[in-house]
Design a protein around this ligand. Structure first.
Ligand code: GDP
Length: 299
């Protein structure tokens, strides 16, 4: 379990380093509060979170002066308070079916792997799943998704590299309806360096879907690589603008990730966190547990 949450431990280690040395002080004077606030920001928790924790600590009475366990408890409480409202698994509840889930994110974030992991979870819940290889800019992405589809034993709609993603999506929904599929998971291109192109591409997919079912896409899930730290924040900003993100999956929390960024994202954007990725296999997706994450980060 600890290994799996390595990404959070890294943040908590960093927090410890930053907090160490502060505990020789007897009181929480404003200088100490400044230092704690800075330590929290340096741990990727974000300025909003740091300010909230500072405010809580300023109002706190520590019996024997500043006490490390007490500070950590306040940090854990405040983090849990921020994370609890955003912990929200992705539910399949669309009628009529299929529920259409667009998966977006920059290349390398773990989009393809996350699609396989989500598909695996839905299959376990007895839903019929179909994939659409909508990242038509990368032949490798198409090939990789096909391999996952085969391993998972689910149908996949794919075309040639450079093909039209929107028509694949159209085909996917048509076939999904015809064969009684519950969930259609759509991979998309993630070329952040071409924002206008990305917006066109995603906009076209949305228009095609909207004509088939005004509710679709039901979910627009942004996949974020936790190891990118602050970069993840700017990715949320851009994808919110070009694609209307409805929820997040954060990947690579098993590695040397900086999971604190999850807290910053939750505090700033309040977007649902559907799940976290903790490995490269299709079973390495975990529900997001805000209390576990808060405890792991606060140390
Ligand atoms: P895409 O380009 O966004 O589709 O990214 P991929 O799904 O191909 O993933 C990029 C790399 O990250 C691959 O080597 C994956 O195995 C790896 N990866 C994806 N998710 C995770 C995760 O949660 N943990 C770890 N350790 N690796 C991951």
């Amino acid at each position: 379990q600890n290994r799996l949450l390595g990404g959070f431990r890294r943040t908590s280690d960093r927090l410890s380093e930053n907090l160490t040395g502060l505990f020789t002080k007897a009181t929480l004077d404003s200088e100490t509060l400044d230092e704690i606030e800075e330590a929290l920001i340096a741990s990727d928790l974000g300025p909003g979170t740091a300010a909230r924790i500072r405010e809580r600590l300023a109002g706190e009475r520590f019996e024997r002066g500043l006490d490390e366990a007490g500070v950590r408890q306040v940090v854990a409480d405040e983090i849990a308070r921020i994370l609890a409202p955003v912990a929200e698994p992705l539910e399949i509840d669309a009628f009529p079916r299929p529920q259409v889930i667009l998966v977006i994110g920059v290349n390398g974030s773990g989009k393809t792997t996350t699609i396989a992991k989500l598909a695996r979870r839905f299959i376990e819940q007895d839903y019929g799943v179909m994939l659409v290889a909508g990242d038509t800019f990368r032949a490798a992405a198409i090939g990789q998704l096909k391999v996952w589809a085969e391993r998972l034993g689910v149908p996949i709609i794919s075309g040639k590299e450079g093909g039209d993603a929107a028509s694949l999506v159209f085909e996917g929904v048509k076939q999904g309806v015809a064969t009684g599929i519950d969930v259609l998971i759509v991979d998309t291109a993630g070329r952040l360096q071409n924002k206008a192109g990305l917006m066109d591409e995603l906009g076209k997919i949305r228009r095609v879907l909207g004509r088939l079912n005004p509710e679709a896409p039901h979910d627009v899930v942004l996949v974020l690589d936790a190891t990118t730290g602050q970069n993840a924040m700017s990715q949320i900003e851009v994808f919110k603008e070009v694609a209307g993100v409805t929820g997040l999956v954060m990947t690579k929390l098993d590695g040397t990730a900086r999971g604190g960024i999850l807290v910053a994202a939750a505090e700033k954007y309040g977007l649902p966190i559907h799940a976290i990725g903790v490995g490269e296999g299709m079973d390495d997706l975990r529900p997001f547990d805000p209390h576990e994450a808060a405890a792991a980060i606060a140390g």
